[in-house]
Design a protein around this ligand. Structure first.
Ligand SMILES: Cc1cc2nc3c(=O)[nH]c(=O)nc-3n(C[C@H](O)[C@H](O)[C@H](O)COP(=O)(O)OP(=O)(O)OC[C@H]3O[C@@H](n4cnc5c(N)ncnc54)[C@H](O)[C@@H]3O)c2cc1C
Length: 263
């Protein structure tokens, strides 16, 4: 079973802070990690490989330092890493990111399964998995928390719903986005990590020309959306003392809640 895992390097924080002047993410002093959901995608790929054999290729689009995320994936047991790094990819919106990743997957194939995290903790859109599946014309299942069975041409998974779960069977090749409930990711092995940092490590770095795209199709130029303003919402609370007997105060409170459509 050949599996491709899409891995994003993200800042190690769930509290994204923005520079109020530029609207850019403040990255100084914040360590970078593999996006948490993607570690669960990697673990799922590794356990499928242990059961069915095959190869795992990880693909990441990011700046040169995103190679650390690829090395960590190799440390966990992935067979090959591809870093998509080119100035032309900078400033990509989710559409341009998905297009770039889709092009890379086409070049890296053949594959039976693509695994992604449900959501990145920085961009937080949860759009990439579905958009990559759409670009490649693949069936997709999102919010997967259990891979029930894999047959030669189909797989059966459980996906989390707000108030329960759904069992879905789909044809392979397919794309799954996974959530943390799926498994417990293993730690990278020190020996594998050392090998991943050697010159002969199975890591390739691809630029725009390598995946057959022009600079106009990717990055900021190829993006269909543009950020006009970025800001952190300000929360202001005003306290109010309600006077009167307990019954009067309760009546006033109930009216206020109704007025504000909170009841
Ligand atoms: C208009 C606009 C402009 C933007 N400009 C910039 C910019 O200038 N610089 C910048 O850094 N970001 C920019 N972004 C953010 C960037 O587009 C997103 O971070 C990126 O598209 C991924 O989306 P996400 O983080 O919401 O991922 P999600 O959709 O939440 O991620 C889901 C899964 O997709 C996979 N995935 C996501 N991204 C990658 C990746 N890069 N490589 C491999 N796998 C991945 C992972 O498996 C991940 O778990 C911009 C976004 C928009 C909308």
């Amino acid at each position: 079973m050949n599996i491709i895992v899409l891995v994003k390097q993200v800042p190690d924080t769930t509290e994204v802070k923005l520079d109020p002047k530029t609207g850019n993410l403040i990255r100084e002093g914040i360590e970078s990690i593999i996006n948490p959901d993607d570690r669960h995608a990697l673990e799922a790929a590794l356990s499928l490989k242990e059961t069915y054999g095959g190869r795992i290729t990880t693909i990441s689009m990011g700046p040169p330092q995103a190679i650390d995320a690829i090395s960590e994936a190799l440390g966990m047991g992935a067979d090959k890493g591809i870093l998509l790094s080119d100035k032309a990819f900078a400033g990509a919106d989710t559409w341009a990111t998905s297009y770039t990743l889709g092009k890379a997957v086409e070049k890296a194939g053949p594959y039976d399964l693509i695994l992604c995290g449900r959501q990145a903790i920085d961009g937080d859109t949860a759009q990439i998995g579905p958009q990559v599946a759409d670009y490649l014309g693949l069936p997709q299942v999102t919010y997967v928390f259990e891979i029930e069975s894999v047959k030669k041409k189909t797989l059966s998974v459980k996906r989390r719903l707000e108030d329960g779960f759904e069992v879905v069977q789909c044809a392979l090749p397919a794309l799954l986005t996974v959530i943390g409930e799926l498994n417990t990711p293993r730690y990278p092995r020190v020996g594998n990590l050392i090998d991943a940092c050697r010159e002969k490590a199975p890591i390739e770095i691809w630029n725009a020309a390598d995946i057959g795209v022009t600079t106009a199709e990717v990055g900021l130029q190829g993006s269909l959306t543009h950020v006009i303003k970025t800001f952190a919402p300000k929360f202001e609370r005003k306290g109010e003392m309600i006077e009167g007997t307990p019954k009067e105060a309760t009546d006033i409170l109930m009216d206020r809640l109704k007025e504000n459509r909170l009841l």
